[in-house]
Design a protein around this ligand. Sequence first.
Ligand code: HEC
Length: 160
Amino acid sequence: MRIPKLPLAVAGLSMAAVLTVGWQVHAEATRATFPALDKLVHYTTVKRGDVTEHIMTTPAAIDAVKNRQPIPAGTHFVLVDYREGKVFRYFVMEKGQGWGADYDERRRTGDWQFQWFWPDKTINTAENTARCQSCHQSQSGAEYLFTGSRIPRFNGTPIE
Ligand code: HEC
């Protein structure tokens, strides 16, 4: 049996157009920048099925957490998401003085902003970083971090 291809292709195209418009509404740059990865320390690894996540931050942030001090402005946290041994994407959080004021209170995550970068370090403009914030808001008592509580045990070997 021959399946008529054209109407399906057209339907597919218009669906793609609808989705693209939807994404563009949410696409956003934030203040979070891509950091110099060689200045960061890999303090923990999280494995989820086929995904291996290396989580890293600055030596100054590690010291701050160990000394129960606030994490300094200018700090990056990066989650490097590896799939099949290759970088699939980078999730970045960066803290900046007064950056929380960019968002209303319901969305705010302290002074942290978020971004999703592809391996070529361009941002994923299809992502709405409000989603990152809404999940990380649950960690408001822990600097909006899920793995910050591992830092006090870190002594040079990434904690698994
Ligand atoms: C559904 C909840 C959820 C969403 C949405 C989410 N995260 Fe996370 N994030 C986590 C969890 C849980 C971890 C801890 C690592 C793990 O368990 O995989 C984490 C870890 C991180 C870390 C490492 C620091 C830390 O908190 O431990 C960064 C950086 C990060 N996420 C950035 C992002 C960015 C950027 C986005 C949006 C593009 C995002 N996250 C969306 C739940 C979420």
